[in-house]
Design a protein around this ligand. Structure first.
Ligand SMILES: [Zn+2]
Length: 262
């Protein structure tokens, strides 16, 4: 298991959401990779800290009255502070806030939380959100009558069907010879844009392959994830983003994606 794979499964691992095989794979990776082990320890510590009741800070006796008095005093001196520049304002903040260790601790937690979960943080990533949308689309497609807009096993029927419906032409391959027959395609809407969903079958398993143009030409090697019992594999190849989703096993998913980008 690669670091990238391990990281993508870390949240599910911490939540005990992985099946036994993946759980063991992640555990094995953590046992052998100090960098991922550190990330795992940090995430576990943060989760523990955010659950800690000690963080629910009760203000000391008279805190509200003192805060009100300080605010009134500030209102009176704010004009002076403006004239004296930001240093006086900072001094005021130090006088009001720093005597309270609990408030400082609370601020630290807020700062950590914003760092961890706020904008630009490495927290729930765009990929995580996209994964949810891909799963939702997959589940919707399995409902009767929702699987394909153009039911056809012929790539020369499916590919042109998207003309005039999308602002790009998705690569469509028939993989029947390799045991993944094309079943059709449909329009879908993911990550704020219309995309092509190509539908393939492996025995009785349905595979949805979502395709849309990448914002950069750089290829990205496959990243795996498991959500709600479905397996996801996504990558960038040849200027396109691919997300494959199915209830197939890991090996067959990798085989399928390998054929798609071959
Ligand atoms: Zn690692």
């Amino acid at each position: 298991m690669s670091c990238q794979e391990a990281r993508s499964l870390l949240h599910a691992f911490l939540d005990d959401e992985l099946d036994l095989t993946h759980s063991l794979d992640v555990q094995h990776h953590l046992d052998t990779c100090p960098a991922c082990a550190r990330e795992h320890a940090a995430q576990r510590a943060l989760r523990g800290a955010l659950r800690d009741e000690a963080l629910y800070f009760r203000p000391p006796e008279g805190f509200t009255a003192r805060a009100r008095a300080a605010l009134r005093a500030t209102a009176a001196t704010v004009g002076a502070a403006d004239r004296a520049g930001p240093a006086v304002g900072l001094l005021w903040m130090r006088r009001v806030w720093l005597p309270s260790g609990a408030a400082a601790a609370l601020l630290a937690v807020v700062a950590i939380t914003i760092w961890r979960f706020g904008p630009g943080a490495p927290g729930p990533s765009a990929d995580d959100l996209l994964a949810q949308e891909v799963i939702a689309s997959h589940i919707r497609s399995l409902m009767p009558g929702h699987l394909t807009d153009v039911p056809s096993s012929d790539q020369h029927t499916v590919k042109p069907w998207f003309n005039g419906r999308l602002d790009f032409s998705p690569p469509v391959k028939d993989l029947a010879g390799e045991g993944f027959p094309l079943t059709g395609g449909r329009l879908d809407y993911l990550g704020g844009r219309p995309i092509a969903a190509l539908v393939y079958k492996r025995r009785q398993h349905i595979i949805n392959l979502m395709v849309w143009p990448a914002s950069s030409e750089a290829d990205r090697s496959p990243t795996a994830a498991i959500r709600q019992g479905y397996r996801l594999l996504h990558l960038a190849h040849g200027g396109m983003i691919y997300w494959a989703v199915s209830d197939l096993n890991d090996d067959e998913m990798k085989e399928f994606v390998g054929l798609v980008v071959r």
